[in-house]
Design a protein around this ligand. Structure first.
Ligand code: 5AD
Length: 353
């Protein structure tokens, strides 16, 4: 067996690690001893910056309308089986107010990718910031023009989540229709960085056709891009999509990827994703025990939650929701972690606020 400890420590120190070595580590996710070692080191590395704190962000799914065509996602424009909705400005504000009353100071407004929402989103961000100046607002609304990103930033948005989905252009092309281009997505991430956003990239584990080498390349990609946030979750099929019959991503491999990315980016904000919670028993807890330091309870009005069906069986209640926040906090406490409700900025951005 390769010297996995040595490779992981070099990754932690920012040293030279080859793609072959990273691929070996990914393959060794099935070896409990190796996975446990990687997860242990990931926890150690995250403790340096975050102690035992887990940051909470309230997630508002503002609309499931989408012009995108991602083959894996139930919200793709071509899916006519999903009931489309769009929260009103008042509903978005009320969701944040309710979250604020619970103590949350970080909100994510997430939705499908659409043009023509530039002004309405800018408006609602401004209203949230006026009323609750001490919160951080994260947007996650897909690829947009530089002007749009600029306007949203000007309105007060602090962060932007745009998973790159795959660091391998040829793989990206098999997950998306022609009209979606890897180069454009990566360009968006560059633009977002230049505009002063804290950026979130990310990818799925186990998408159809994804190889171990591609997963190794994911680690190389984030080492280079250095996004402030990284979302990683297993692929889960959604029955009304072209990938509906494909197998799910593997949990052990997902945990290994979480651990490796945490080791590579000690300061990053990394959610224990809903996809992981949906796939694995105690998914949130095992995510946190693999280096995750963020949880994102859903604070969308209840009546809309089932419609945000990006994959089958998506959890939106229990400890994945604001209603379950207290229980989530207790569960995390039982494994030695403490929920915190601040803005949760990336360490490099704390001074800048
Ligand atoms: N399984 C897992 N994750 C998915 N996403 C979209 N569809 C799926 C799926 N079927 C992820 C994508 C997207 C994020 C919002 O959710 O990575 O960027």
């Amino acid at each position: 067996m390769v010297n996995y400890r040595d490779i992981l420590h070099r990754l932690a120190l920012g040293g030279e690690v080859t793609q072959e070595q990273l691929a070996e580590l990914v393959t060794l996710a099935s070896e409990t001893r190796v996975l446990d070692y990687a997860r242990g080191l990931a926890r150690e590395v995250r403790t340096e910056w975050y102690g035992n704190r887990v940051i909470v962000r309230g997630l508002v799914e503002i609309s499931n309308r989408c012009s995108g065509g991602c083959y894996y996602c139930g919200l793709r424009a071509e899916n006519d089986k999903v009931a489309r909705y769009e929260l009103s400005e008042e509903e978005i504000l009320d969701s944040c107010r309710a979250g604020y009353a619970l103590g949350l100071r970080s909100f994510v407004l997430q939705g499908g990718e659409r043009r023509n929402v530039t002004d309405s989103v800018a408006r609602v961000v401004g209203l949230i910031k006026d009323e609750m100046p001490d919160v951080a607002v994260t947007l996650s609304l897909g690829e947009q023009s530089k002007q749009t990103y600029e306007q949203w930033r000007g309105a007060g948005a602090d962060r932007y989540l745009l998973r790159h989905e795959s660091a391998t252009p040829s793989h990206y092309a098999t997950l998306h229709p022609e009209r979606m281009r890897w180069e454009e997505r990566v360009e968006c991430l560059r633009v977002l960085g230049n505009l002063g956003y804290q950026r979130g990239a990310g990818f799925m584990v186990g998408t159809p056709g994804q190889s171990v080498e591609m997963l190794a390349h994911e680690v190389e990609f984030v080492r280079e891009l250095r996004p402030e946030m990284v979302g990683i979750g297993p692929f889960i099929p959604q029955s009304d999509t072209p990938f509906g019959g494909m197998p799910r991503g593997d949990v052990a491999t997902t945990l290994m990827m979480l651990a490796m990315v945490r080791i590579a980016l000690p300061k990053a904000l990394m959610p224990a994703t809903t996809a992981l919670a949906t796939t694995a028993t105690n998914g949130t807890l095992i995510g946190v025990l693999s280096g995750s330091n963020v949880v994102m309870p859903n604070i969308t009005p209840l009546k809309y939650r089932d419609s945000y069906a990006i994959y089958d069986g998506k959890k939106s209640s229990g400890t994945e929701s604001a209603e379950g926040l207290e229980r989530l906090a207790e569960e995390l406490w039982s494994i030695g972690y403490e929920v915190t409700l601040g803005r949760g900025d990336h360490p490099d951005f704390v001074e800048k606020q």
